[in-house]
Design a protein around this ligand. Structure first.
Ligand SMILES: CC(C)(COP(=O)(O)OP(=O)(O)OC[C@H]1O[C@@H](n2cnc3c(N)ncnc32)[C@H](O)[C@@H]1OP(=O)(O)O)[C@@H](O)C(=O)NCCC(=O)NCCS
Length: 298
């Protein structure tokens, strides 16, 4: 007998598990299934920086994920929210997010929503905040205006600079991210701008996805942000570099496209609960976050 042209497969059930308990390669396969550039090493870094869940089917296949990254007792970022394509729109995203809500214990939350996820987060009462411009490409170092400007007040950062970087990041981001900045330092090359001995701007750069990502970049003004990004661009001239930024105009945004990192895509920063200082303070004097650590980390 000729087999039927269609076959109805019953819905199956899923169970939740700790993200620590699954092999990295399975997480990697999940992010590949939605076209994300993360490597297994990127998942490993994220797992070491936060907590999360996976959704597993009856035979242990990873069909979904959601992570959160707590900073102090009042705030967390949420990321790596993924459901496997054949499972999407069936409620698994909601289910995973509600499990995250149970764990984050009333913290204010922030995340960067892809277009596909906006509706999910709106239905969970997240409020749109600001667009993130994902800028990336094969970079070339733009010529310096004045070589005398080759800044003597910029140097590479080392472990002794970590406390100053944590403090500067906190005044820009609005909450102290001590453990995360320490961890990023261990994986990054950093440049800092100094006024005497005082760190006034910094940019970290680490391997990620298809190449390297620069972030966070913290500075008080566009010119300083460009000055500390520039040496990273020079280091990676001819290779793939990425920067995620809320800045859509001004010298910093212009430098990104000049250096070979045009806007590739956008996501939307959304928050649930209190807004952090960085959004309130944009446009005012003081340190600002010019580039996110990453879309997942904020
Ligand atoms: C975004 C993503 C996690 C959503 O997961 P999901 O399992 O599809 O989510 P749900 O089934 O729980 O849907 C959540 C809401 O979106 C709606 N929705 C989802 N997909 C939709 C579609 N294609 N058209 C219309 N509505 C849709 C659902 O109806 C539901 O709305 P409601 O709460 O008002 O009923 C999933 O699509 C995904 O992994 N996408 C690729 C990776 C990604 O972009 N992740 C987001 C990172 S921020």
């Amino acid at each position: 007998m000729k087999p039927s042209e269609s076959l109805k497969i019953d819905a199956f059930s899923m169970r939740i598990a700790d993200i620590e308990d699954v092999e990295l390669e399975r997480l990697h396969a999940l992010s590949l299934s939605v076209g994300w550039p993360h490597r297994a090493e990127d998942w490993q870094f994220l797992r070491g920086s936060g907590q999360g869940f996976v959704a597993l089917d009856e035979i242990g296949r990873v069909l979904g994920s959601a992570m959160w990254f707590g900073h102090g007792s009042g705030f967390a970022t949420v990321g790596m929210v993924i459901t496997s394509p054949r499972l999407q729109t069936l409620g698994a995203g909601q289910w995973l997010m509600k499990r995250v809500f149970e764990k984050v214990g009333g913290r204010d939350l922030r995340l960067n929503a892809t277009r596909a996820a906006r509706r999910l987060y709106l239905s969970l009462d997240f409020q749109p905040e600001k667009t993130v411009y994902q800028c990336q490409g094969v970079v070339r170092a733009p010529a310096m205006g004045d070589p005398a400007e080759a800044r003597r007040d910029i140097r590479t950062l080392d472990a002794s600079d970590v406390p100053a970087a944590i403090a500067l990041d906190a005044s820009a981001f609005g909450v102290s991210r001590t453990a995360l900045i320490e961890k990023l330092f261990a994986h990054s090359v950093g440049y800092g701008l100094f006024d005497g001995n005082k760190l006034t701007a910094f940019a970290l750069c680490r391997p990620f996805g298809r190449g390297h990502v620069v972030g966070p970049v913290v500075a008080e003004r566009d010119a300083d942000a460009v000055a500390i990004l520039r040496p990273h661009v020079a280091d990676h001239s001819g290779s793939f570099l990425r920067v995620d930024t809320h800045m859509h105009s001004g010298e910093f945004a212009a430098f990104l496209s000049h250096a070979g990192m045009p806007v590739f895509d956008t996501v939307l920063t959304m928050s649930l609960g209190k807004r952090l200082a960085d959004f309130a303070a944009l446009g005012e004097a003081g340190p600002k976050t010019y580039a996110l650590a990453s879309q997942t980390l904020g």
